[in-house]
Design a protein around this ligand. Sequence first.
Ligand code: PLP
Length: 405
Amino acid sequence: MSSDIIKYSDLKKINDSYEPALSDAIKSVVDSGWYIHGKQNEEFEKEFADYCGVDHCIGVGNGLDALSLIIRAYKEMGVLKDGDKIMVPVNTFIASVLAITANDLIPVFIEPNEETQNIDPSILESEYTSDVRAILVVHLYGRICDMTPILKFADRHSLKIIEDCAQAHGALYRPFAGKPEAEAATCGVRSELDSFFMGDEYEGASFEYTKRAGAIGDAAGFSFYPGKNLGALGDGGAVTTNDTELAEVIRMLSNYGSSKKYVHEYQGLNSRLDEIQAAVLRVKLRRIEEDNQRRTEIAEMYYNGIDNPLLKLSSRAVDGENVYHIFPVFCNERDRLQKYLLDNGLQTLIHYPIPPHKQKAYSEFESFSFPVAERLADTELSIPLNVSMSDDEVIRVIFLLNGFV
Ligand SMILES: *Cc1c(COP(=O)(O)O)cnc(C)c1O
C-alpha cells in the first residue's frame, strides 16, 4: 500500500479534472470585457434553477449572504420582523445562525436526532411558541432532513421554511419512493402537495414524488465555497425559490436595492455572483450528477467496509438520496483516533468542534445545554470523501479505521 499522505481534500486535483474547460471558461470571461451581472450569471441562474426544479435562482456573493438575503427580503415584504424567532438546528455551521441574528431575529436552537445528525422533528412542537415565524433547516453533511413531519409542522403554524443547502447540492427528497400512490395521497403533507399527489396527471401512473434540495421549502440558500459539492474558485452563493415576489426583492437587495441602475427601492447591499465564478460553476454543474454518484460509491464502500466497535456511522438515509458532502464517523475517543490516523498519513477534519451556543460570539446562549449536539461535537470526525479519491485510497482509509484499537 502507498505510504503517501491522504489529504482530507485536494482542490487542485479536483479542479484539474475539469480542465481544460475551466481555464477556457475563465479566458472567455476575461476576453468578453464584462465581469459582473452578465451572460454567465444569467445562464447559470437558469441552469441551476432548472437543475433544482424551481422557478427562480439568484446568484449572490456567498452562502451566508444567500441565507441572510432571504430573511432580509421577508422583512422587507412584512413576512418577518425584528424580534421574530426562527428555529434552527444547534449543530450547524455558524453561518446558519448568523443569517438570523444579523437580521435582528432570534434563533431557537433545536437538537439534532443523534442517528441522522439532522434537526429532530419530534421536538419542534414542544419548542414552538407563537413568535416563531420560520424554520431554517440544514441538510447537514449532504443528507436531506426528515422533511415530511417538518412540512406538516410548518403548515400547522404557517411557518416559512428556509433550507440551508450549502452541503446538499443535488440531494433528493423521495418520501414515498417505491410506495403506492394511494399511501402517498393520504399522507397529507401540505395542501399544495396534496393536490400534487392527487392531481389527474398522476392518476394511473406509478407514483414517485421527488424534489431536490432547494425546492422543498419556501426558499433556499446555497454556497459555492470551493470545497462544497458544487464549488467555485472563490466565493459564490445562490438563492432558489418558487416565490416570484421574494425572488424580485432578493434580486434588488443584492444589487444595492435597485430595480434599475441608479433607482433604489431598498437600502440594499452588494452581494453578486461574478461572471468568472458563474462561468466556472456552469462547467462544474454539467458534471454534478456524475460527481455526486462517485461520492455515493465511496460512501457505499465506507458503509460496507468500516467495521470497528469503537466507531459509529450515521444511519443510512431512507427517504432521500444523500450527496455525502461530509462522511462523519463518531468515536468516544475522537482526538486519539484523529491522532492515530494522522500518524498513519490520513488527514481528517471535525465538523464542528464547537456548537454555536458555545461560541464566544454567542455568549448570550452560554448557559444553554444541548447534550446531543455537544456529544456530536465531542465525538465527530470527518474522513476524506471527494471525487479525486481513488478506490485504493478509500480502501486504505477503511483499513486504517478498522485497525484502530
Ligand atoms: C458553507 C456553509 C455555509 C456558508 O457558506 P459560505 O459560502 O461560506 O458563506 C452556510 N451553511 C452551511 C451549513 C455551510 O456548510
